[in-house]
Design a protein around this ligand. Structure first.
Ligand code: SF4
Ligand code: SF4
Length: 432
């Protein structure tokens, strides 16, 4: 598999090799050796769990910065609805528009507008009896990537729709170009992101070759710039160009509320999502139509690049939704937007084979048998001191040729004990 861009990075100088992150990685993509963590690129899904857990701030998300908007004559801000949840007691989002314009953006376009379009496309897909069930939301790129790595049999169930961020960026570019008579390539669309996964999906899209988004700036960075301004800006009372349902996509369950599929489930938090995907993969839960999974607790309001507590952010979003006109997505979405091919994937989603033990089935069986033999000899403490997250993954590292049994301190201790006994025996024999 070719290596791709990753937003999640390790700052080597800051890493103490403490192994805290090892056990929190959902794809076992971290190993610790030479006194520091190493990320296995092919396995990392940029979920950001290691960013949250690292006490030394050694894991970071690489994003664009406000400086980068200067690369384009016409930079446009594309806020995730989660941005509005960062400002307690906010009821009028035009305040945030004004603040963003003061940073140098020429216009603000909302991801929630793309969410309204995707909502209608989901409803249409659910009316098609030929589609597999359950359809799986493609909105959270972390969930799509974990399916690629751990549950490839579920790939056909992923709905072939681009993320609301992508759809909103296409609309924003078209609208801005026609309104101002400028070349589309002179417009720079910058997503204001709650997570590293979105940054990665802009640089390495899934299901399509190129992103409509030119860059992503973290909500944290934008918050730092505009928080001091917000209280000073007079609300302009601008009516949003999206429905309250589009806004609701910021929280877990928002997509279901908008698309209203019956027999559907929304699950948030990567461990919970894995539990449900595991059951879907084993066919032990069936009979529902749609699965909305969010890697972050509470949905995107719980993203690792947010400022506000996710519960308070969800509350603020709800307050904003309540203050909005009670429009439905179908009242606001132009029919042309739903007819565009660029709403859909134009590439297959490939499985990620990085967990495969061997290319051939025979080779994989052989390695599995070897792994089981090694596991029998390991203490089963899953202590992480070998640098692998569990004894099982350590055995896997050994059969892949990346570790040796003596990296296990317990095996090393036993080996040293045996050697010491042998030396004692030899010295006794010599004396005799
Ligand atoms: S971002 Fe997620 S998948 Fe990647 S190394 Fe960190 S915890 Fe593992
Ligand atoms: S739930 Fe939202 S914020 Fe979290 S990884 Fe998925 S898209 Fe990003």
């Amino acid at each position: 598999m070719t290596s791709r861009f990753h937003s999640v990075r390790l700052i080597e100088d800051k890493c103490r090799g403490c192994t805290n992150c090892l056990k929190h990685c959902p794809t076992e993509a971290i190993r610790v050796y030479d006194k520091r963590a190493h990320i296995i690129d092919e396995r990392c899904i940029d979920c950001g769990e290691c960013i949250r857990i690292c006490d030394y701030h050694a894991k970071v998300a690489q994003t664009d910065t406000l400086e980068d908007i200067k690369r384009f004559p016409h930079p446009v801000a594309l806020p995730a609805p989660t941005l509005y949840g960062q400002f307690r007691h906010l009821t009028d989002i035009s305040v945030i528009y004004e603040a963003l314009l003061s940073l140098g953006f020429k216009e603000v376009a909302d991801v929630a507008r793309g969410a309204d379009v995707v909502t209608l496309a989901i409803r249409r897909a659910l009316r098609d009896p030929q589609r597999p069930r359950p359809l799986i939301s493609s909105a959270c790129p972390t969930i799509t990537r974990i399916i690629q790595v751990r549950y490839p049999a579920l790939i056909p169930n992923i709905i072939n729709l681009r993320q609301p961020m992508e759809v909103a960026a296409q609309i924003a570019r078209r609208d801005y170009a026609s309104k101002h008579g400028v070349a589309p390539e002179d417009i720079g669309i910058f997503f204001i992101t709650p997570c590293a996964a979105k940054m990665t999906s802009i640089r390495s899209p899934i299901g399509h070759a190129k992103s409509a988004v030119d860059g992503a700036i973290s909500i944290l960075e934008i918050y730092g710039h505009i928080a001091p301004l917000v209280g000073k800006i007079k609300p302009a009372g601008k009516v949003p160009e999206f429905s309250p349902f589009g806004m609701g996509w910021a929280g877990s369950g928002g997509e279901l509320d908008a698309a209203a599929p019956r027999n559907s489930i929304a699950v948030d938090g990567i461990d919970n999502v894995i539990r449900v995907l595991e059951e879907m993969d084993n066919n032990t839960i069936t009979g529902f139509d749609y699965f909305e999974g969010s890697a972050c607790l509470g949905g995107c309001v719980g993203g690792p690049l947010n400022f506000e507590n996710n519960y308070l952010a969800r509350n603020t979003i709800q307050t904003i939704q309540d203050a909005m006109p009670k429009t439905q997505p179908e009242q606001l979405v132009r029919s042309a937007e739903l007819a565009r091919d660029s709403l859909y994937f134009d590439q297959e989603i490939p499985p990620n084979d990085s967990m495969k033990l061997h290319e051939s089935i025979a080779g994989a069986i052989e390695r599995m048998e070897e792994m089981n033999r090694i596991i029998e000899e390991l203490p089963g403490y899953d202590c992480g001191s070998c640098g692998s997250p569990t004894c099982r993954s350590f055995a896997e590292d050994i059969v892949r040729g990346n570790s040796s049994e003596h990296d296990c301190i317990y095996i090393l201790k036993d080996t040293l004990k045996v050697m010491a006994q042998k030396m004692v025996d030899i010295s006794k024999t010599k004396r005799e």
